[in-house]
Design a protein. Structure first.
Ligand code: AMP
Length: 414
């Protein structure tokens, strides 16, 4: 078995990647979007690869785009299959042996990638209560994909699963126990696929068994979270009951005093939708400086824009606080990694985030930090730093494909 199709479905779109698992090589990827609107758009890219023995691809990637009404995910899958048939790669040669699906919320039920059957579909549906914006779309994609690829295993890979190893003291909120139990309120954590992938890459880079490494991973993208990982197990993470808690994000607040919500309800007439919009879409970097792209904010801050400077100060201040807290929870760390859009690209954020950890022997090499090769794993700490600091490009699709292959192979062996 060697080819996996990875599907990441939202409510009105899905992304896919066909991966040859032998070399973890992407054969094709695409995006079907505006599902349910008047005109849908399907984009399919066939990835060029070098012929054996040649150093670089001899042909360029080929991208095709098609517009037509795509009323639902089932039609979206039919459009995707047409794109494969018309432009390749051919399913005769590269038929998926399994399909992996990203599912945001697995609740407390799913602690690893799981073969999808009707009961699993039902559980994902039930968990839509906890992730109303995410799980319904994933379920649509799973149903359409199971119909389109009826004879292969479908595997659900949950963003929350990696964090199921957290101890009760880390996942329990100090809320009334009965209220918490009845409404399944606890910390679940998200971005687990990325944290798992990056922590494995980091341990491999150090040349040490994962089981022996204490690490902190900062996933700083549009959404942002940090995880403390002890011997490959998540022991603490900053996102909680939903992906709103924790670090400052592109448009989300991260941590705030919950009494602010009560105050806005009581004195300014905010209802649930107003609060949802404020916390999830009008806050974070956008709320502080009107933009969520860290490139723009860094440029504006350098040009003395005070709103951009404050936004970056708040962003970094929060990261620092979590770095200190997680170092304390772990009792020290061997490696700290940065990943995702901001973590992989924003040298200024990385160096400011760790600039006060010198007392613990964290020493950033500024030349290394400023010249990280794009898309490569790189050490940015100096050789005499007690804690190694790395930039590690994340790849959630490859991790989903790995877990899918593992679950499907395991099942066949049963
Ligand atoms: P992600 O969610 O991982 O795709 O990250 C997206 C975010 O990464 C964007 O909103 C930007 O803020 C940030 N980003 C991407 N490229 C850069 C860059 N070269 N410098 C700073 N930030 C960047």
């Amino acid at each position: 078995m060697s080819v996996v199709l990875v599907v990441n479905s939202g409510s009105s779109s899905f992304k896919y990647r066909l991966i040859d698992m032998f070399a973890e090589r992407v054969l094709a990827h695409g995006l079907v979007e505006r599902i349910g609107e008047k005109v849908g758009v399907a984009t399919h890219t066939v990835v060029a690869h070098a012929e054996a023995g040649e150093p670089a691809p001899t042909v360029a990637d080929v991208t095709q785009q098609l517009t037509r009404a795509i009323p639902d995910h089932t039609t979206g899958f039919a459009v995707m299959l047409e794109a494969f048939a018309a432009h390749g790669p051919s399913f005769d040669e590269h038929r998926p042996d399994a399909v992996g699906h990203r599912v945001v919320h697995g609740g407390a039920r799913f602690f690893r990638a799981t073969i999808v059957d009707d009961a699993v579909e039902e559980s994902i549906d039930d968990l839509s209560l906890l992730a109303p914006l995410h799980n319904p779309g994933a379920l649509e994609g799973i149903r359409a994909a199971r119909a389109a690829f009826a004879d292969v295993d479908h595997v659900a890979v949950f963003d929350t699963a990696f964090h199921q190893t957290m101890p009760p003291e880390a996942y329990t909120y100090a809320l009334d126990r009965e209220v918490a139990r009845r409404h399944r309120i606890r910390r679940y954590g998200f971005h687990g696929t990325s944290h798992k992938y990056v922590s494995e890459q980091a341990a491999a880079h150090l040349g040490r068994p994962l089981e022996t490494v204490r690490q902190i991973v900062f996933h700083l993208g549009n959404g942002a979270s940090v995880t403390a990982i002890d011997g490959g197990r998540s022991v603490e993470t900053s996102m909680g009951f939903t992906p709103l808690e924790g670090l400052v994000m592109g448009t989300r607040t991260g941590d705030v005093d919950p009494a602010i919500l009560l105050h806005l309800q009581r004195t300014a007439g905010y209802d649930t939708d107003d609060l949802d919009d404020l916390l999830n879409r009008r806050s974070g970097l956008v709320g502080l400086a009107g933009a969520n792209d860290m490139r723009d904010l860094v440029a504006r801050a350098e040009a003395d824009d005070q709103a951009a400077q404050l936004a970056i100060d708040v962003y970094v201040h929060r990261i620092r606080a979590y770095a200190g807290a997680y170092l304390a929870q772990l009792g020290g760390a061997d490696v700290i990694s940065f990943t995702a859009g901001v973590g992989e690209n924003a040298a200024l954020i990385r160096e400011r985030a760790l600039d006060r950890l010198g007392f613990l022997g964290v020493r950033i090499d500024h030349d290394r930090n400023r010249s990280v090769p794009r898309g490569e794993i790189a050490q940015i700490s100096s050789d005499d730093s007690d804690i190694v600091v790395l930039v590690v490009p994340t790849d959630e699709e490859v991790e989903i494909a790995r877990q899918t292959l593992h679950a499907a192979t395991f099942r066949r062996a049963e």
